[in-house]
Design a protein around this ligand. Structure first.
Ligand SMILES: NC(=O)c1ccc[n+]([C@@H]2O[C@H](COP(=O)([O-])OP(=O)(O)OC[C@H]3O[C@@H](n4cnc5c(N)ncnc54)[C@H](OP(=O)(O)O)[C@@H]3O)[C@@H](O)[C@H]2O)c1
Length: 270
């Protein structure tokens, strides 16, 4: 095999950012495996398996299968994620568990299944797709933000634990991208009906939908990941998306917290 050619496993490869990354990285000569839940998804551009990231035995069995065939997984792109919008007060507890099951425990499952092999080979790259929502709280996205904040903490810790192991851990923080996340999002029905939240919720969701429909193209993330794959010592985190959104983490660091909160609120409520 061409030594430049990487064996890459991408979660959430049936749609959006994951699909674009899978197609692009495959077109660049890498050997790409992708997973998603959809059993009907078909592609000739990479090898797809219908595997749910929440299903630990299924994930482990797939990883063993790939390792047996390819002898290594060079890069994991941990990307499969879901979104729920609504007031923290109202979102059904089962929904909260489902979201964490995918956005946090799914990522954890993938890392735990792949890390031992990478450590053994003293080489590997674990890329986790977080979000700007992993750096700042956002109104009516609190549960989603919490899952991405948890992911950020996990990856920061993992970087320290695996220091000098040859395995690199990187967070990618996209702003708004035009993907199926808009249609796949669950909207909490109680928030819509609650007169205290309804007005701000409606304006917020209109803004979120507009920002996503005019969002950046997932190819930017695919190219960013290709660049990260070429780095000898990649950094902790990379933002992606429109400039105005990429500046948010920096802004949060430099402006007083109450003013930062005001800017975010204004952005969604007016
Ligand atoms: N689009 C944005 O604006 C944006 C911004 C910041 C961060 N992100 C993050 O980017 C990642 C990808 O989102 P996207 O925008 O590409 O959304 P998307 O188009 O809805 O794609 C989500 C992908 O995740 C897969 N998935 C969901 N649950 C899964 C599970 N339990 N097991 C395996 N696969 C699962 C879906 O496939 P199946 O339905 O086939 O399972 C699909 O392939 C997410 O982590 C999201 O939080 C997106």
């Amino acid at each position: 095999m061409n030594p430049q050619k990487k064996v890459i496993l991408i979660t959430g490869a049936s749609s959006g950012i994951g699909l674009t990354c899978a197609e692009y990285l495959s077109s660049r000569g890498n050997l790409v495996y992708g997973i998603g839940r959809n059993p009907d998804f078909k592609t000739t551009e990479f090898t797809y398996y219908p595997v749910d990231v929440r299903n630990e035995p299924a994930v482990q069995s797939l990883v063993s299968q790939i390792l047996e065939k390819e002898k290594r997984i060079d890069v994991l792109i941990n990307n499969a994620g879901i979104h729920v919008a609504g007031a923290i007060e109202h979102i059904d507890h089962q929904r909260v568990l489902e979201l964490f099951d995918c956005n946090f425990f799914g990522y954890l499952n993938m890392i735990r299944s792949i890390l031992p092999g990478m450590k053994k080979r003293k080489s590997g790259l674990l890329i986790c797709i977080s979000s700007i929502a992993g750096v700042t709280g956002l109104p009516f996205q609190g549960i989603y933000c919490a899952s991405k904040f948890a992911l950020e903490g996990l990856c920061e810790s993992l970087r320290m634990e695996t220091h000098h192991s040859g395995v690199h851990v990187v967070l990618v923080e996209p702003g708004d991208f035009k993907t199926a996340i808009t249609q796949n999002r669950t909207i909490d029905p109680l928030t819509v009906k609650d007169p205290f939240y309804a007005g701000n919720f409606e304006t917020t969701m209109k803004k979120v939908t507009l920002d996503e429909s005019t969002g950046a193209n997932a190819i930017d993330i695919a190219r960013l990941i290709e660049n990260i794959m070429c780095m000898r010592r990649p950094g902790v985190r990379y933002t992606a998306g429109h400039k105005m959104q990429r500046v948010v983490p920096f802004l949060k660091r430099i402006v007083p917290s109450a003013f930062f909160e005001f800017i975010i609120r204004k952005n969604y409520y007016s």
